[in-house]
Design a protein around this ligand. Structure first.
Ligand code: GTP
Ligand code: MG
Length: 599
């Protein structure tokens, strides 16, 4: 049997404008109510001398579902021949926003109900804003209670015009406006005879015309890398890239790219846990891949398929955050961001607009985000990360923010921003501006030490002899009377919390410290040497920027799997340590770091 498509729709609108009546009508008129339910409610009303209301349908269902316990977001279901719908009636903004932003619930479209007689009210505006905060881009406005204004076209058009221009400012462009009378069912599931002037679709047709987010398998391939396992048993040196396919599908032989590192390879095999290898795999499965080319990538990267639309890669993004931490979210402070399997340091750099989640009032000019506030803001990660916008992909378009080991905020990504001007640049500008110079100039030092300063970084696979080479270079330079100093990245780790699960973030911090140290050591006139494992383009860019205005020299041992960063020098993996050091020394002479003669 074919799986039926499902879609969630939220119904918004001001108090008493008729949200529940619209929902009750949709359920009743599509024949989605349990048999006899409507009659039962009508009889109940009659017995209690109350006029029947379609809104009671919801209450009746709610009571049944919750058995007396109030539920936060009432959900009910109806189906058309096209698909199954989940309708969300959102009474409390707070819970609703929290659920929608943290991913507990998701609406793919919204119906906004406006009372024609009362016109555009406070919540008509606030809910428009709410929809834009949540990135809901399918939107239909229902102008209800047309009976109270004698089905007057003029008033309808007026509401349409005013509200359209209001929504346009929020960048919401509704699919349409429908004049309805929910109580009588006019224009709900069939066109009304009372409003012959309206020639557009009825509410149900609009609902069926919304585009579903589609089946996850049909979307671009996304595989956030969870871990890389290495099998060391009996000559089995396979490395298995493990994780869960979030969307799309992939076959053996297809080309993949890891983001943000941009490293490419091809799928060699698809491994199952306790299952036979297969040729193809799709969304929803936890699996492992082996790759044709051995590349070094870190957990947290997202594997995409070459030829499909790829994730964004940036360190700056515009996001909407729901903050629930007891302590406020403060600008400039470092927090941990978790996006699927990725962990990164993030900071709030700008608050564009803050909304109170309880009453949806908004205000600007804030420097921090307090509990239960929702903010449109600009975030910056220490290093570029890979992600999607929420409208493109559910799993890779949302994140949580951790403060003091507690999840303190949830966010959805609205836009990838240009990250050429980041706070790193700002930091470097400030650092250089306030740099307190000593009275010895770099030229004085060069004359005294007989060489120039340089930051030499050795890269290459973990198996390469880069450390040995780097240390041997230090020794040789020292013996030739040059000031050279080797520092391993490991030495920077002491003093940091040794929490294994946090290693990924700490790496960013190690790179940052290394860069700052390099700036100081090279300023002292020394040749500063280090060797780092598994670097990617961004690490080297950061080291280069942090070390500026001094120069960096990147020497790669063996095959480089850097994506676009060009190392200054290559040494064969097979080269012996002495030969490699000799080659680096002659490079240093050619570049006039050390003189062309020996003293
Ligand atoms: P809250 O949940 O309290 O925010 O209200 P709501 O938006 O769900 O409104 P509801 O559906 O409960 O309707 C409010 C009142 O408006 C009820 O008394 C309905 O009978 C009435 N109403 C709903 N639709 C129509 C309509 O098309 N015409 C008229 N005249 N009254 C309507
Ligand atoms: Mg209601």
């Amino acid at each position: 049997m074919d799986k039926r498509e499902q879609m969630s729709i939220v119904v918004l609108g001001h108090v008493d404008h008729g949200k529940s009546t619209v929902i009750g009508r949709l359920l009743a008129d599509t024949g989605s109510l349990p048999q006899g339910k409507l009659e039962q409610i009508k009889a109940f009303c009659e017995r209690n001398a109350r006029p029947f209301e379609y809104a009671f349908v919801l209450d009746a269902l709610k009571d049944e579902q919750a058995q007396g316990i109030t539920i936060d977001t009432a959900r009910c279901f109806f189906k058309t021949t096209l698909r199954d719908y989940i309708i969300i009636d959102a009474p409390g903004h707070m819970e609703f926003l929290k659920n929608m932003i943290t991913g507990a619930a998701r609406a793919e479209a919204a119906l906004l109900v406006i009372d024609a007689h009362e016109g555009i009210a406070e919540n008509s505006r606030k809910h428009g804003y709410l929809a834009s905060l949540l990135g809901i881009n399918q939107f239909v406005v229902l102008v209800n209670k047309m009976d109270l204004i004698s089905y007057d076209r003029g008033i309808f058009e007026e509401i349409r015009e005013t509200y359209t221009s209001f929504l346009a400012r929020l960048n919401i462009h509704p699919q349409g406006f429908v004049p309805i009378c929910a109580r009588e069912g006019e224009n709900i599931v069939r066109r009304s005879e009372r409003m012959p002037w309206y020639e557009g679709p009825c509410v149900l047709d609009y609902i069926d015309s919304f585009t579903g987010s589609g089946e996850k398998e049909d979307k671009p391939f996304r595989f956030p890398l969870q871990d890389v396992y290495r099998f060391t048993e009996e000559k089995d040196d396979r490395r298995i890239f493990a994780g869960t396919v979030e969307s799309g599908r992939i076959r053996v032989g297809e080309e993949v790219i890891f983001l943000p590192s941009q490293k490419k390879s091809k799928i060699k095999s698809i491994e199952g846990f306790n299952a036979l290898p297969r040729q193809e795999i799709a969304a929803g499965y936890a699996t492992g891949f082996t790759l044709e080319e051995e590349i070094y990538v870190r957990p947290g990267e997202i594997m995409c398929k070459v030829g499909e639309s790829l994730c964004h890669v940036s360190s700056r993004l515009r996001a909407n955050i729901f903050w629930m931490g007891r302590a406020p979210m403060i600008k400039g402070k470092k927090y941990k961001l978790k996006l699927t399997t990725h962990r990164a340091f993030v900071q709030l750099v700008e608050i564009l607009k803050v909304t109170d989640a309880a009453d949806l009032s908004h205000y600007g000019g804030k420097q921090q985000l307090d509990r239960y506030e929702v903010a449109e803001c600009i975030l910056e990660t220490t290093k570029p990360i890979a992600f999607d916008c929420i409208t493109e992909s559910e799993a890779t378009g949302r994140f949580v923010i951790v403060d003091h080991y507690e999840i303190s905020g949830g966010g959805i990504i609205m836009e990838a921003l240009d990250d050429r001007e980041t706070s790193l640049h700002e930091h470097i500008r400030r650092r250089e501006f306030s740099w307190e110079k000593g009275s010895v100039s770099p030229a004085d030092r060069e004359r005294r030490y007989h060489h120039r300063a340089k930051f030499i970084v050795f890269t290459g696979s973990p198996e390469s002899k880069k450390r040995e080479i780097a240390k041997h270079l230090e020794k040789t330079l020292f013996e030739e009377n040059y000031l050279a100093y080797y520092l391993g990245v490991e030495s920077l780790k002491i003093g940091l919390e040794a929490d294994v699960s946090d290693l990924q973030e700490h790496r960013e911090e190690h790179i940052r410290r290394l860069g700052e140290l390099a700036r100081i050591i090279t300023d002292s006139g020394m040749i500063f040497i280090t060797a780092v494992d598994d670097v990617d383009d961004y690490d080297l860019e950061i080291l280069k920027k942090l070390n500026a205005p001094q120069e960096i020299l990147v020497v790669n041992i063996g095959k480089s799997d850097l994506a676009s960063f060009r190392p200054d020098f290559h040494i064969e993996e097979t080269a012996d340590v002495k030969g490699a050091v000799k080659a680096v020394l002659s490079l240093l002479r050619r570049e006039a770091i050390i003189p062309d003669y020996t003293i």
